[in-house]
Design a protein around this ligand. Structure first.
Ligand code: UD2
Length: 342
């Protein structure tokens, strides 16, 4: 047997341990080939701790999303995949993930007049979102009687949770962090493997499946993927816990999609809720509420996978060459008509 490449590294993922087999082959007559096997066992604890925490204030170039040649960039500078159409085989990924028998919790908030978005959200999700997987929707609303009857696919379930509303849309949006934190503590820790929190004023237009799963998932906001970072709508007042300086930032992440393992999303939600509480105590509200705190969190706790703007578009935005498929998109809404306050 001859090796064409001098070094071949095979990594076999098995359960909670990683075994690395390193074969060194020399394709010459004098050496024949040598084989060295090294087994590395990484404990479960090690893997779970291997997150991408980055120190504050590091200076490095802003990562691109689309290259100068117009081609999309498929990996972040910390080597997390950016998920784009054409870079994965959905059949293969589904075939790998399905036997793992996972449960994907999905939180949705529809308070006040936002219940009007539920029908399209749920109906389109049922056609596109984790079809064939076990999905548990947790729907928070102050109007359970307005939740539409939508036929759910096999092994998709919906739990309605009644909550009080607020007379400020900002409060409704930012309080999602605390509700997510508490839901994970009280239920999801036992009921799910992964969780996504999704905006409800949205629709699914294309497949959203197992390619989106990972330890910690953020989505690149469709409005800012070609914007210099000093112009991102980050919170710029140093008095806020969400403050990010003009010289820092990777991407502008949308608050409409947060995801990952139950444990990692719990850490995210808890941290953002704590930061929101500190800001509240100091009577400051970040420019984009929990989205600003989310961006701060992701800057120093890098997502392990980043979803491209295919996974968060806006219906009013014209299509662009680089975004081949729109999978999930914010619908056009009359802000004045749906929100409780301006
Ligand atoms: C952006 C973000 C959103 C959030 C917000 C900051 C995107 C596409 N969206 O959207 O995720 O970070 O900025 O505050 O990045 N809601 C209700 N009832 C209300 C108001 C809000 O249920 O009266 C819920 C609902 O689930 C909605 C979500 O809060 O989808 C976010 O509110 P929004 O869509 O009005 O916020 P928007 O469009 O400014």
């Amino acid at each position: 047997m001859k090796f064409q490449n001098p070094n071949i590294l095979l990594l076999v993922l098995a359960g909670t341990s990683v075994t690395g087999l390193i074969f060194l082959g020399y394709n010459t007559n004098s050496f024949g080939y040598k084989e060295i096997r090294i087994c590395i066992n990484l404990t479960k604890e090690h893997q779970e701790n291997s997150n991408f925490q980055s120190p504050q204030g590091l200076q490095y170039n802003q990562p691109g999303v689309v290259g100068p040649d117009g081609k999309v960039i498929a990996v972040t500078p910390w080597l997390a995949p950016i998920v784009w159409e054409g870079h994965f085989d959905s059949f293969l990924i589904d075939s790998i993930v399905k036997p793992q028998n996972i449960t994907i919790a999905t939180t949705v908030f529809a308070l006040g007049k936002y219940t009007q978005f539920l029908k399209d959200f749920l109906e389109s999700a049922e056609l596109n979102y984790f079809v064939g997987f076990r999905v548990r929707y947790y729907l928070f609303t102050d109007h359970p009687e307005q939740v539409p009857e939508v036929k759910l696919g096999e092994d998709h379930h919906l739990t309605v949770i009644k909550v009080a509303s607020s007379n400020r849309w900002q409060e409704i949006s930012l309080s999602r962090m605390e509700r997510l934190e508490k839901l994970i503590e009280s239920r999801l820790i036992n009921e799910a493997n992964y969780v996504f929190s999704l905006d409800v004023d949205t629709k699914f237009y294309g497949r959203w499946g197992a390619e989106s799963l990972g330890r910690l998932i953020g989505v690149i906001h469709p409005g800012y993927y070609q914007t210099p970072r000093d112009q991102f709508p980050y919170e710029r007042r140093p008095e806020s816990q969400a403050f990010i300086s003009a010289a820092e930032g990777d991407y502008y992440y949308g608050g409409a999609v947060i995801g990952g393992s139950v444990k990692d999303v719990y850490q995210l939600a808890k941290t953002c809720r704590e930061q929101l509480d500190i800001d509240k105590g100091n009577q400051i509200e970040a420019a984009w509420q929990e989205e600003s705190h989310l961006n701060k969190y992701f800057l120093y706790n890098k997502p392990s996978k980043v979803l491209s703007p295919e996974y968060l578009w806006q219906d009013f935005k014209p299509h662009t060459n680089e975004v081949k498929i729109i999978r999930f998109s914010q619908v056009i809404k009359n802000y004045a008509a749906v929100r409780p306050n301006p």
